[in-house]
Design a protein around this ligand. Structure first.
Ligand SMILES: NC(=O)c1ccc[n+]([C@@H]2O[C@H](COP(=O)([O-])OP(=O)(O)OC[C@H]3O[C@@H](n4cnc5c(N)ncnc54)[C@H](OP(=O)(O)O)[C@@H]3O)[C@@H](O)[C@H]2O)c1
Length: 252
């Protein structure tokens, strides 16, 4: 009997990562949930196991290369890696943005993805049929006022995905980039505005049905479960009410 394929998901303690862990588990993967908050990933893994699927949790900061290498050393073979850990800090104009925020966003979104991908690429290759998913953003494809450091970091992730795909063509690993527009998750905007829930709520104010974490998880799961020779290079997914990063239809 073939072994159950394993999927590692970073940033699985909330939002898109948590929803992706649940959906990939339901699709037949043994999911390994990682994030810094151990209690949350353990609770989520327990729920997935109770539902009759397979999940384990491993506390991991993707910016800590030594910890990432130790985590990766446990995998001889791996089917799927979903690089989801990331996010935004602040919405300041370039003229006044804090370089520390820019640095942290680059560290988490770009270097974090680089760390985990580099560390797990041998196991993905060894599987003979590996998939790397990179959760960038429409912010990785075009900019908007106040996007600053987040847009720069997500462009970095987009370039990482494109370059890696060029470099490993001919190996049995495909690189899928999923770039969502506006997704209403429990923490993304609150983290961006450092706990200011009023500011966070304004992001989604009057928008008829922003995407949910489950919508994006569904997109990721669809892309990952295509036949091995089919590579969804880049998939942009937005809510119907959003035509571009800065063109969003809002009711009064
Ligand atoms: N929401 C949107 O509108 C949207 C749109 C496009 C793209 N995205 C991207 O989609 C991804 C998930 O976003 P989300 O909306 O689900 O946000 P979220 O709910 O804030 O989730 C972010 C996840 O990243 C983890 N994380 C942050 N820093 C980390 C680190 N250093 N090491 C390990 N894990 C870390 C967090 O877990 P811990 O705090 O427990 O470590 C959390 O699980 C992000 O890359 C985001 O940029 C979001």
């Amino acid at each position: 009997m073939a072994a159950t394929p394993i999927a590692v998901i970073t940033g699985a303690s909330s939002g898109i990562g948590a929803a992706t862990a649940r959906q990939l588990a339901a699709a037949g993967y043994r999911v390994v949930l990682t994030a810094r908050r151990k209690d949350r990933i353990e609770a989520l893994a327990a729920g997935i196991n109770e539902a009759g699927h397979q999940a384990t949790a491993y506390a991991l900061d993707v910016t800590d290369r030594a910890a990432v290498d130790e985590f990766a050393s446990a995998f001889r073979t791996l089917a799927v890696l979903v690089n989801n850990a990331g996010g935004a800090l602040g919405a300041d104009p370039v003229a006044s943005g804090d370089p520390a925020d820019w640095r942290q966003m680059y560290e988490t979104n770009v270097i974090g993805t680089l760390n985990v991908t580099q560390a797990l690429l041998p196991a993905l290759t060894e599987s003979g049929d590996g998939t790397v998913v990179i959760l960038s953003s429409t912010a990785g494809l075009s900019t908007y006022e106040g996007g600053g450091g987040y847009v720069a970091a997500k462009h970095g992730e987009h370039v990482l995905a494109e370059t890696l795909r060029l470099e490993i063509v001919g190996t049995p690993v495909r690189v899928i980039e999923v770039a969502p527009g506006m997704v209403k998750t429990e923490e993304f905007a609150t983290t961006r505005f450092r706990g200011d829930t009023e500011k966070a709520a304004k992001v989604y104010a009057g928008v008829d049905a922003p995407l949910t974490a489950d919508d994006v998880a569904d997109t990721i799961t669809w892309a990952v479960t295509r036949p091995s020779h089919v590579n969804i290079d880049l998939l942009v997914v937005r809510p119907r009410a959003q035509a571009s990063n800065s063109k969003v239809h809002r009711t009064a």
